[in-house]
Design a protein around this ligand. Structure first.
Ligand SMILES: NC(=O)c1ccc[n+]([C@@H]2O[C@H](COP(=O)([O-])OP(=O)(O)OC[C@H]3O[C@@H](n4cnc5c(N)ncnc54)[C@H](O)[C@@H]3O)[C@@H](O)[C@H]2O)c1
Length: 318
C-alpha cells in the first residue's frame, strides 16, 4: 500500500509495536521522526531504521520535553508511547496516570500548537472491561474498564476526541487485542518460557483451568491494520478494533509453549487467580469485532493460535 503521508512522528518508536511501525513506514518511503525516552524501548530495535536516511531518532521524554518544534512539517503523529503494563496498575496507580494520561495531554497540547492535521492513538481492548457482547464492536457501551491501565487509555481516547473536535485535528483510535511477535519484552509467553526454563517439569499458571480466553494478534497484522486504518479513515474521529477473529485459552498457550520448547510430561499447576482472571483487573474474555477495519480492506493473516505459535518461536530463537 502506498501512503499519502510524507512525514510521520512516532512516539514510543523504540518500543515493541512502535519499532515495527517505524520499519513499515520507512519501507513505504515515509520520512519518520522517532521519539522515545528508552525507559522500556531499546535502540537495538531501531538498528535497521538508523541506517535509513529518512529516519531520525530523538531521545525525549513526553513528560519533560516539548515536541512543538519537532512537529513542524509533520503530517501524522502515531502516539504509541505509554506504560502498557496492565498488571502493574493495581500495585502502583500513578505511572499509568503520568505516562498515559498526562503524557498524552502534553503531546496533544504540542500538536494543537503545531496545528497538526492527523493524530493516531494506540488504545486497547481493555477500555471495554467485562462485556456481554462478543465479538465486541467499537460502538459497544458503556465503556467500564476494570483496570487502571484501561481507564487511563479511555481517558486518553476522550481527550483525543475532544482535541479533534475543538482544534479540527483528524484522529484515528485503534483498540488492540493482545499483540505478540518479535521484539516483545513482556507478556504471557515470556512468563511461561522463563518459568519453564527454570522448572521444565511443572508450569505454574495464574487462574483456574482453562484460564482466560482472549484474542491474540501478530504485530505484523497489527501494523498493517494501523497503516490501512489511518490512511483510509474519513471521519473526524474514527475508532477501530484490531484483533484476530478468534481467541485462545491460556491453557492452549501453555500447550503451545511446552510443545515449541520440546518438553514432555509438564504438569500445569493452576494457582491464585482473581474473579476468574489471572490478576486484579484482568479481563476474563476478550474478542473484538474487526468488521469495521475489514471494510477498509484489512484482514488479519494469522489466527490467535498461529500468532502465539510464531511469537513463541521468535522468543525461543532470540
Ligand atoms: N502490546 C500489546 O499487547 C498492546 C495491546 C494494546 C495496546 N497497546 C498499546 O500500544 C502501544 C505500544 O505498546 P508496546 O507493547 O509496544 O509497549 P512498549 O513498552 O514496548 O513501547 C512503549 C514505548 O514508549 C516509551 N515511552 C514510555 N513512556 C515514555 C515517555 N514518557 N516519553 C517517551 N517515550 C516513552 C517506552 O520507552 C517504550 O519504548 C502502547 O500505547 C500500548 O498501551 C499494546
Amino acid at each position: 500500500m502506498t501512503l499519502k503521508t510524507k512525514t510521520a512522528l512516532v512516539t514510543g518508536a523504540a518500543g515493541f509495536i512502535g519499532s515495527h511501525l517505524v520499519d513499515s513506514l520507512l519501507e513505504r518511503r515515509v520520512k519518520v521522526i522517532g521519539v522515545d525516552n528508552l525507559s522500556a524501548g531499546k535502540e537495538a530495535f531501531l538498528t535497521e531504521a538508523m541506517l535509513n536516511d529518512r529516519f531520525e531518532f530523538h531521545k525525549l521524554d513526553l513528560l519533560k520535553d516539548d515536541l512543538t518544534e519537532l512537529l513542524e512539517g509533520v503530517d501524522v503523529v502515531y502516539h504509541l508511547a505509554a506504560n502498557p503494563d496492565v498488571r502493574s496498575g493495581s500495585l502502583d496507580t500513578r505511572p499509568h496516570f503520568d505516562q498515559n494520561i498526562l503524557a498524552t495531554y502534553l503531546l496533544l497540547e504540542s500538536c494543537r500548537k503545531a496545528s497538526l492535521s492527523k493524530f493516531v492513538f494506540a488504545s486497547t481492548s481493555t477500555v471495554y472491561g467485562e462485556v456481554d457482547v462478543m465479538p465486541t464492536p467499537e460502538d459497544y457501551g458503556p465503556l467500564l474498564p476494570i483496570s487502571i491501565y484501561g481507564a487511563s487509555k479511555l481517558a486518553c481516547e476522550a481527550m483525543v476526541s475532544a482535541y479533534s473536535n475543538q482544534y479540527q485535528m483528524h484522529s484515528v483510535i485503534f483498540r488492540f487485542a493482545n499483540v505478540v511477535g518479535p521484539r516483545s519484552t513482556h507478556n504471557v509467553l515470556h512468563d511461561f518460557i522463563r518459568k519453564l526454563r527454570d522448572e521444565p517439569k511443572e508450569l505454574e499458571i495464574l487462574g483456574a483451568e482453562p484460564g482466560t480466553s482472549k484474542s491474540y494478534i501478530h504485530v505484523s497484522d497489527t501494523v498493517n491494520g494501523i497503516l490501512m486504518g489511518s490512511e483510509k479513515s474519513q471521519g473526524l474521529v474514527d475508532v477501530y478494533n484490531i484483533g484476530s477473529r478468534d481467541w485462545t485459552f491460556v491453557k492452549d498457550i501453555a500447550n503451545i509453549v511446552v510443545d515449541k520448547m520440546s518438553l514432555k510430561g509438564v504438569g500445569f499447576h493452576w494457582t491464585g487467580g482473581v474473579n476468574g482472571g489471572g490478576w486484579v483487573g484482568d479481563v476474563r474474555k476478550m474478542l473484538l469485532s474487526t468488521k469495521k477495519l475489514e471494510k477498509l480492506g484489512w484482514a488479519p493473516e494469522l489466527t490467535s493460535s498461529e500468532a502465539v505459535e510464531l511469537a513463541t518461536m521468535d522468543i525461543l530463537s532470540e
